[in-house]
Design a binder for this molecule. Structure first.
Ligand code: NAD
Length: 296
């Protein structure tokens, strides 16, 4: 049994922490929301009243927080995780955050003698609850191997992507591609329909031809062809436009720093920003179909 401090028990963290508790680990739950901690206790975790109580005996600290500034605060602030952890504790940050912050916090941890990896996920709230997440990890191989024993409980695909921050790189590059091919898929369905070709017929042809892609065959943005897709449920998420926009913004920030040209990533961010400014960022990200076909 491993003693795990789990920090950040929101939509994602609650499912992940529950699966660790179900597997027999001693999970100490910390969140600024008392409701979140109460839900974790119901799921078999122990409530921690502060950082010291959560981490001081922990073998592993796992965090699942909204953004880079929260990760910095939780680990680096006076009285934070670094100050209260015993030597040998492994830190695993599963939050999706900017690459620069991920690298800076891991470097600060290593300077203090701790091992730390970034381990952002894909698979959403359903994957977190079902224990089927994909983890994309960056950091030292030995730290990754130690973390993998726990990540395997919370996920079904666990990748080591290389050095610190490379998990975040994999995540934002993948999600930038997802945003781009979702928009392209919407354009293709809209064009076909405007020219008199119905969605099902276009789907039957394109899904077996060279236009085939994940947005089409697993998440079809045009209502009809895929009954389980959010497009058949009023574009209820799923993976929200707000979440997609967060990842596209992280990708653009990193692309600027790296001087990587991402003209289609820039366009994708602009279009999802438009959804946000129209107050539609609570729709599933496939809801961008409504912007493309003019039905918003
Ligand atoms: P969430 O807002 O539901 O949960 C975040 C939790 O962190 C909240 O319970 C909040 O109270 C807590 N928190 C914030 N500051 C804290 C602090 N200083 N100390 C302790 N707790 C604190 O967010 P979420 O949907 O669970 O997402 C978490 C992370 O996972 C994000 O980085 C997100 O981008 C990423 N992610 C989310 C999804 C998804 O579908 N929701 C999918 C993949 C990745």
């Amino acid at each position: 049994m491993t003693i795990i401090a789990f920090i950040g028990l929101g939509n994602m963290g609650i499912g992940m922490a529950s699966n660790l508790a179900k597997a027999g680990h001693d999970v100490r739950a910390l969140d600024i929301s008392s409701e979140a901690v109460a839900r974790a206790v119901e799921a078999g975790c122990r409530a921690a009243k502060d950082t010291r109580e959560a981490v001081s005996e922990a073998d592993v600290v796992i965090s699942m927080l909204p953004a880079g500034k929260h990760v910095r605060m939780v680990y680096e602030d006076d009285g934070g995780v670094f100050d209260n952890s015993r030597s040998g504790t492994l830190f695993v940050d599963c939050s999706t955050i900017d690459v620069a912050t991920a690298r800076a916090v891991i470097s600060a941890a290593e300077h203090k003698g701790f091992a730390m990896i970034d381990a952002p996920v894909s698979g959403g709230v359903g994957g977190a609850a079902a224990g089927t997440l994909t983890f994309m990890c960056g950091g030292q191989k030995e730290a990754f191997e130690r973390a993998k024993l726990l990540l395997d409980i919370m996920g079904k695909n666990v990748f080591h992507a290389g050095d610190a921050g490379n998990g975040q790189v994999a995540k934002i590059a993948n999600n930038m591609l997802l945003g781009i091919h979702m928009i392209g898929t919407c354009e293709a369905f809209n064009l076909a329909e405007r020219l008199g070709l119905d969605a099902q017929t276009f789907y039957d042809i394109s899904s077996t031809a060279s236009g085939q892609n994940w947005s089409m065959t697993s998440y079809c943005p045009a209502p009809g062809p895929l009954p389980s897709a959010p497009s058949n449920n009023g574009y209820k998420p799923g993976f929200s436009t707000a979440m997609m926009l967060k990842d596209l913004r992280l990708a653009q920030e990193a692309a600027t720093t790296a001087r990587a040209a991402t003209p289609l990533g820039t366009q994708a961010e602009a279009l999802y920003s438009l959804m946000e400014s129209m107050g539609k960022d609570d729709l599933d990200f496939s809801g961008i179909m409504k912007l493309i076909n003019g039905s918003i």
